[in-house]
Design a protein around this ligand. Sequence first.
Ligand SMILES: Cc1cc2nc3c(=O)[nH]c(=O)nc-3n(C[C@H](O)[C@H](O)[C@H](O)COP(=O)(O)OP(=O)(O)OC[C@H]3O[C@@H](n4cnc5c(N)ncnc54)[C@H](O)[C@@H]3O)c2cc1C
Length: 456
Amino acid sequence: MDRTAAGRADVDATGHEKTQVVIVGSGFGALAAAKTLTKSKTPFVLISETTEHLFQPLLYQVATGVLSAGEIAPPIRNILQKFPDADVRLGRVVEVNAEDNTIVYEASGQRHTLGYRSLIAATGATQAYFGRDEFAEVTYKLKTVEDAELLRKQILRCFEEAHTTTDALTRKNLLSFVVVGAGATGVELAGQIKELARRYFAMAINNISAEEVTVTMVEGAGVALPAFGGKLSEYTQKSLEKSGVEVVLNTMVTAIDEHGVTVSSIPTKEEKRIDAETVIWSAGVRANDFAAVLGAATGCESDRAGRLLINPDLTVGGFANVYAVGDMTSLNGLPGQSPVAMQGGRHAAKIVNGKRKAGTPFKYMDKGSMSIISRFSAVVRVGKKIEFKGTIAWFMWLAVHVMYMVGFRNRYVAVMSWFGSFIGHRRPHFHYTQEPVKIEAAPPVLEKEPELAHSA
Ligand SMILES: Cc1cc2nc3c(=O)[nH]c(=O)nc-3n(C[C@H](O)[C@H](O)[C@H](O)COP(=O)(O)OP(=O)(O)OC[C@H]3O[C@@H](n4cnc5c(N)ncnc54)[C@H](O)[C@@H]3O)c2cc1C
């Protein structure tokens, strides 16, 4: 066999490339698997459709100008460059032939076939619209770097245009924001936009006051942060309301257009229109498209959100050398959170490199859950009983997120940026240039014709 120019794969007699392990994705699950394989010097090819390792929990800070995208999304190639057994490729895996141990990926306008001994898939999740895909056209979301940058641009556009428009209704709509969903992302964004209004825009733009800016968070369940429940959900709601967010519970969004949403109360069926120039959708997730490809190739069933119903050892369908981890999977009701993906990635890689016995069931070690609400306000649950809320929980959130950020420089820059934004009033990453638009010339004002004198 000849080694390919790319590095960690060999070409067999039939001209096909083959490697020991193919990892699909560059998120939390994939990186954890990759790092585990580097320890045992197991050659692998990591294929991802994005060049970066994205730290999704801090996306909302990119959307609200606290951090730059580069600080939370270092290139996966750079993270793995010091490991000679790692080969990183930018591509989209579109086919799996589990019977003959090959995948097909598209890159640089070509289709490539790559053989493997083991396959570890960690392709994550995307936004779910529950059969209303048209909502995607008129809402903002927060899943990728592009989403965060688009939302940041929109927030800034709204404040800039509200500053200059002379139309009162337009101004009101520009300063109205609706967040659909009161899960962690919805809560973070709602709290952060209100904070932006109060601690940045109201200070930077002299004719805008924080009170004018409305943020409405709409949730179908009866509590905010339903995954926490109890006192932590109550605290979240109170904390948001104290900061000026309107929390609308037990309510479904039934229609969305470019200028707002229609909501319907579940108990009373009463409908209401909320006008807003910005609607952010954070109401649900479903597995990425690749989950269906892998499911069909391995005979693995999926749940209603398209997540693969994997085996207890994280293998997929009837194939002992194919693993899936993280948000694209459903196992024992584990949450779609980064520690689940990371521990899953490590577990699969340890079986692959022989450090753990094949067939060992995955045991998730729950170190707790946390969610930030706004400045100095967060909730943390460790185990079933230990709960923290308020400032102490906020500092715990910061400490944990700094710890998990990749790269010393990024950690340092993030801490400095947090000082600037949370102690001071800085939002260094707001850049906005008005798109050149054709301004319609006002109709010429005709000089008033002299009135003809009417003779009686
Ligand atoms: C806004 C937001 C906030 C969050 N906050 C928290 C938090 O505070 N705490 C927490 O624990 N979790 C949080 N999460 C969830 C956490 O980020 C996910 O659980 C975690 O990212 C899942 O890791 P993963 O490896 O399964 O997928 P991901 O990290 O999503 O990675 C998926 C990867 O697969 C790649 N990919 C997809 N399809 C293909 C394909 N066909 N071919 C090649 N590559 C492909 C993508 O490019 C990406 O690199 C948050 C998520 C979001 C969106």
